[in-house]
Write a protein that binds this ligand. Sequence first.
Ligand code: CP
Ligand code: NVA
Length: 306
Amino acid sequence: MRHFLTLADFSKDEILEILNIAKILKNEVKSKKYSTALANQTLGMIFEKNSTRTRVSFETGIYQLGGQGIFLSNNDTQLGRGEPIKDTARVLSSMVDLIMMRTHGHDRLEEFAHYSSVPVINGLSDDFHPMQLLADYLTMQECGKDKNPVVAYIGDGNNMAHSWLMLASKLGFELRIASPKDYAVSPKILQKAQEFAKISGAKIIITKDPKIAVMHTDVVTTDTWASMGQEDEKEARKKAFKDYCVDSTLMRFAKEDAIFLHCLPAYRGQEVSEEVLESTQSKIFQEAENRLHAQKGVMVWLHQNR
Ligand code: CP
Ligand code: NVA
């Protein structure tokens, strides 16, 4: 049985296979002829943090595949009142067929998966957001940006930056990450990416200079300066990141036909300008919709590979 906790656990072929399933399922949505691949299956969705896209895309996704989702927020479950993860995992997995969990420490997900008798999907942890990256790469494929692309990630060395490291190093493309001092990616995750890169031929560049990162790139992306759980650091982060806004001046360093991606929610005037977000280069809403299709791809793939 496989879980989907990070892209580090998947081969290039497996990632592309999941995306192919996602594309087939996307066409089914367009023609309103839904697959029944997960008929009568139940997805438990544990949210220890807020969500708009992840919740709606998983709940809609399982419904479109013939199953149903149960939304479990920390306000409603005993997990929120301190019931141990290992007990919750064994109880829930004895009742549902698939579990998605959005949580804080990645170790919580790993512990949950260890005790779960059904596949567990990472809906975001402090370290990784792999579902988002599948949607991002699907968007790159649809925009013709998947042939030896160069991608620039500007900003915080957070769960999104880590997930880009995993995607690039598994698929073998060039990724440049520009972060301010003290907000760089985790050295441990970077080392893992560099090991994968030796096999895939990926090129990973870490810099403090956003212009160097963006120069002649095909894709420019960023994320919030203060992730969920970092609310108290907001003001300090605004100061540290002030030169890391993706605005039209910075976008001019990228290729003329470069696209802009953002996992959303976006904070206009901070990590990205309103002008870039609303420009024709911005593919953020296509990217957001692709969460639905990519997630359906993962759920079907996990079911097929049980
Ligand atoms: N991008 C993303 O995961 O959005 P939500 O937090 O709304 O789920
Ligand atoms: N880095 C952000 C991503 C939100 C989708 C966070 O963890 O809050």
